[in-house]
Ligand binder design. Sequence first.
Ligand code: SAM
Length: 253
Amino acid sequence: MSERPPRSEGTTHFGFREVPEGDKTRLVGEVFHSVASRYDLMNDLMSFGIHRMWKRFAVDQLDLHRGQAVLDLAGGTGDLTARIRKRVGPSGRVCLSDINSSMLEQGRARLADAGIAGVEIVQANAEDLPFADGEFDAVIIGFGLRNVTHKDAALRSMYRVLKPGGRAVVLEFSHPVVPGLGKLYDSYSFNILPLMGKVVARDEESYRYLAESIRRHPDQETLKDMMTEAGFDRAHYFNLSGGIVAVHKGYHL
Ligand code: SAM
């Protein structure tokens, strides 16, 4: 389903529900406060570990070099941050940013446990980033954009904080493109995922939201156009796992 069907003014979607725009950030916040402590375990279980491959591919698309400055936006528990830290080395700058304090607390502890030092942690809304223009060589948002109320504002913010020559990557669930896969995936998402959420994270509703929010997220072509509208040059995308996930990339030239 596309991001842009006409809808009554001042409302937006939260999963399959239509809610006042001003409520979405709080509702999304409740989801991530609730799942934070089981978030990493659930990722491995829900994707059978495949999210690690999706993340490796997405980080590869950032074309990182040692010493570069990178922003991991909606970075949550810091899984992408840890990978990026290794790529840019100790002379690089890595900033883990997220709107949610519980997710960032998990991230802080997880990075410390892994012996990863020197990561800046900044609590911020992706729609209004507290960074100067052109601070970063690369920006990534992994499985975060679909949760943001004003995705166009977040994309513009990402573009703004990039240096000329900088790259942005959006890693996100998308729309299956392989015939027959959609039905199988729907059945898994709406039956198995909430059940896993109930058993492992003791939170069925949040994992129902996850499945619903994926269906409401813009499809591959729509998101590519949104990136172009936000200012990105050469926006393009790669389908992974038959389009269950897509990696969009654009440049600030
Ligand atoms: N990037 C991490 C990963 O790939 O494992 C975490 C992804 S998690 C599914 C989505 C994250 O988006 C949550 O940590 C949530 O707090 C964050 N988020 C939601 N809305 C946001 C916003 N408006 N600005 C910044 N972060 C946001």
